[in-house]
Ligand binder design. Sequence first.
Ligand code: NAP
Length: 287
Amino acid sequence: MTTAQLIDGIALSKQIRAEVGARAAALGARGHTPGLAVVLVGEDPASQVYVRNKVRACHDHGLHSVFEKYDATLSESDLLARIAALNDDPAIHGILVQMPLPKHINPHRVIEAISTAKDVDGYSTLSAGELMTGLPGFRPCTPYGCMKLIETTGVNLRGKHAVVIGRSNTVGKPMALLLLQANASVTICHSATPDVGVHTRQADVVVAAVGRRNTLTADMVKPGAIVIDVGMNRNDEGKLCGDVDFAAVSQVAGHITPVPGGVGPMTITMLLVNTIESAERTAARRV
Ligand code: NAP
């Protein structure tokens, strides 16, 4: 029997997307239809699915989208030239280059080429610096979505102990900074942490972003804690699962996200939110 309350990422995503649709319509009525450019280089099958979902989400919520697909042989300089053109395109408010890129292209150079005003993935060093220093800017979509999921619990993070497992630039580190910004005391665990459980057992909030199933087991969780599962893995039956032993941890936690249906739907939703925000800032500058 589940004791933890389920944090429903599908329901929250629907609610936020309805708001996105309304904001997009209001911008459109003022001649500022928000636009997202999605750039894919190569044939990576998973990337093709992600990109298709992003473009469809734009279409479904009244955002203009441009999908640019290039052969894996595209040169780095040609890709940088496309980004420069999108930076200058007034119909585009967000630019997303799908990772991974072919090996001959330096992903850092590409990310840094995106104008900070259009960096709706929030991956550039400038966007990361804005997050670190508390300046307004675009927050990376997955951790931003996790914060929205935590908000639905009604728990005030001030003074709470949050543990993030994972320290990637796209999930773990920005997640820790967002929790810190919300006045939590934050611990970051990673592959060199000798005993992750020592930390998580003291945590009011645990965010698992590792990419290995059963990283967080029931004996590692304080009763009543909020558990956010970012991981996307496959179990022995080939079904999607997270980093958390959901069946057992949901007997101990107070709130928990499922996989699927938790963090996953929120990532694209927050990409739409960032794009809308970018278009609203542009519209405000043009008034
Ligand atoms: P990543 O870049 O591979 O980072 C994984 C992190 O986990 C690293 O910091 C690594 O530590 C740490 N780690 C590895 N083994 C560990 C262990 N035994 N104990 C503690 N920490 C350990 O992965 P990512 O991009 O952050 O993604 C993490 C997971 O989230 C993946 O499953 C990914 O598919 C999923 N994800 C989901 C979404 C979504 O929308 N739902 C979005 C993004 C990512 P080191 O730094 O020391 O190597």
